[in-house]
Design a protein around this ligand. Sequence first.
Ligand SMILES: [Zn+2]
Length: 183
Amino acid sequence: MNPSTISEFNLTVKLLGRTPRTPFTIKTRCPDNSPQTLIADPVFWEDGIWKPFPPFIWLICPRLKALVGVVEQNGYVKKYSERLKTDAAFYELYLEGHKQMIEVRLNLARRIYPGILPEHIETILAETSVAGSKDLTGVKCLHSHVAQELAYHNNPIGAEVLKMVGNCSRYDVCGSIYLDKEE
Ligand SMILES: [Zn+2]
């Protein structure tokens, strides 16, 4: 599910708001066929060296980005931080999903990197969340949780937020809103 055309690449850049720093894969699409979530290459070649890139999953559907932003404004970042500290079953589920994502990201890095993944890169990728954070229970932003749930169905925070805002349907105009403005 890589962007297959120049205009699809341009649309993705527009939805992300900038040119991605590393190569990426379109992981899920909205019903209007525009990119919904992206997976970034966890290692990339820049300035003559290989570098790690921890922020792994990106939510780029403009509809979901806006609605998840409203949920954040309603205090849910703090609510989920608290929930992770007080609800052991919820935390277990969350941790399980996190561990799965670490494996997925490390396996991808090992496929991309030529040879054996250097230890310092492996350590960084093993010790950060898919949002690139070192603090596991400090929920900073709900977007990456929703993206992880959409892409891998293993994030209980993302699942609850998605229930609140509803996944995109064929009645929604998502990224395709930008298509008419393509050159
Ligand atoms: Zn959408």
